[in-house]
Design a protein around this ligand. Structure first.
Ligand SMILES: NC(=O)c1ccc[n+]([C@@H]2O[C@H](COP(=O)([O-])OP(=O)(O)OC[C@H]3O[C@@H](n4cnc5c(N)ncnc54)[C@H](OP(=O)(O)O)[C@@H]3O)[C@@H](O)[C@H]2O)c1
Length: 325
């Protein structure tokens, strides 16, 4: 089979389109003929081995995991003898991030632990289903950690990319009032996804406005924890999943210091695969409340171009590799 492999850390040029032996499923694994795979920031972090502390887990000088790709969709080709939930021919999607399952969605076939898969939502194409898992789970777990409730007001900084487009839709599905922060060219898209208010960060700094929110979800951007403190209500919750270094590390180091019992809370969220969370998101997809937004698709041999585009940091929604016919 064809697959993407890399042997050294670096930019998209380290990605090789190679022939590898077809995998054989273990007893509780499902062999998936992959139709599509989505790109995630995790892929370029693993490819580059940055931030450097990641290398403690991913290989100090050379990558320990030489395959990329966390999100996939496809058709079941074979099942291991202990698998009861899936049959040959089923359309599935799922998530394979993490050392214990080993990545590898950028390939024609993958043997996937059955708990890492669900049946594809009927409302989605296989391309769309490939773009669902990791970003939507991150959005869902962040909203749960922030305890967002119906009627509350949430501000999403970085609302227009892979994770942000899910945060908007999931927050609306939870009944919240959504303020999305994005650049001028993405205003129409975030409104279509359900944002009630939009702040164009090229024109207005949301920190300078006199408005406060029950929850802030920092998906992208580079604001300081003090900036976010200003826009939170006295018992507001701040959840950070990404962005530039200051935004990323400040809350990890000082979040506990700034969080007060009965007062404002500042926490990071690190997504962890959960089949029940993915099934909950699937229900919202089937109810027509959530739909993946796909910016561009690339073919598997063009993965370097797709990664270069992802690294520019301006995707509107998800970037997908189409692999099987
Ligand atoms: N914690 C976790 O478990 C977890 C899981 C998944 C992802 N992440 C992290 O979450 C972050 C977002 O991931 P993603 O997949 O959404 O990334 P992405 O798709 O690459 O995000 C691109 C979007 O971010 C917007 N953006 C860039 N700079 C911005 C700024 N200063 N202010 C507001 N918006 C800005 C861009 O809009 P413009 O082009 O209009 O600027 C673009 O639409 C990344 O840092 C990623 O590493 C964390």
């Amino acid at each position: 089979m064809k697959a993407i492999q890399f042997k050294n850390y670096g930019g998209p040029e380290v990605l090789e389109y190679v022939d590898l032996p077809n995998p054989t499923p273990g007893p509780n694994e499902v062999l998936v003929k992959i139709h599509a795979a989505a790109l995630n920031a995790a892929d370029w972090h693993i490819m580059r081995g940055t931030p450097y502390f990641m290398r403690l887990a991913f290989g100090l000088f050379k990558p320990k995991y030489t395959r990329l790709g966390c999100d996939l969709s496809g058709v079941v080709e074979a099942v291991g003898e202990e698998v009861t939930a899936f049959s040959v021919g089923d359309e599935v999607c799922g998530e394979v991030s993490g050392g214990e399952v080993g990545f590898g969605a950028f390939s024609e076939y993958l043997a996937v632990k059955s708990e890492r898969l669900i049946h594809k939502p009927t409302k989605l194409s296989l391309e769309e289903a490939a773009a669902l898992s990791l970003s939507a789970i991150t959005a869902w777990q962040g909203l749960k950690k922030g305890g967002l409730k119906a009627g509350e007001r949430i501000l999403i900084n970085g609302a227009s990319g892979g994770v942000g487009t899910y945060v908007i839709q999931l927050a609306k599905a939870l009944g919240a009032h959504v303020t999305a922060v994005c650049s001028t060219g993405k205003i129409d898209m975030v409104k279509q996804l359900g944002a009630d208010d939009v702040i164009d960060y090229t024109q207005t700094d949301f920190v300078q406005q006199d408005k406060q929110y029950d929850m802030v979800f920092a998906v992208n951007g580079s604001k300081s924890i003090k900036d976010y403190k200003k826009v939170l209500k006295p018992q507001g919750r701040y959840i950070m999943c990404g962005g530039e270094n200051r935004q990323l590390f400040e809350v990890m180091i000082f979040g506990g210091f700034y969080s007060k019992k009965g007062g404002q809370q500042f926490h990071p969220v690190i997504a962890k695969y959960s089949k029940s969370d993915l099934e909950a998101i699937k229900k919202l997809v089937e109810a027509g409340k959530v739909k993946p937004v796909i910016d561009r698709t690339y073919s598997l041999p063009d993965v370097a171009k797709a990664m270069a585009y992802l690294e520019e940091g301006h995707a509107r929604g998800k970037i997908v590799l189409t692999i099987g016919a």
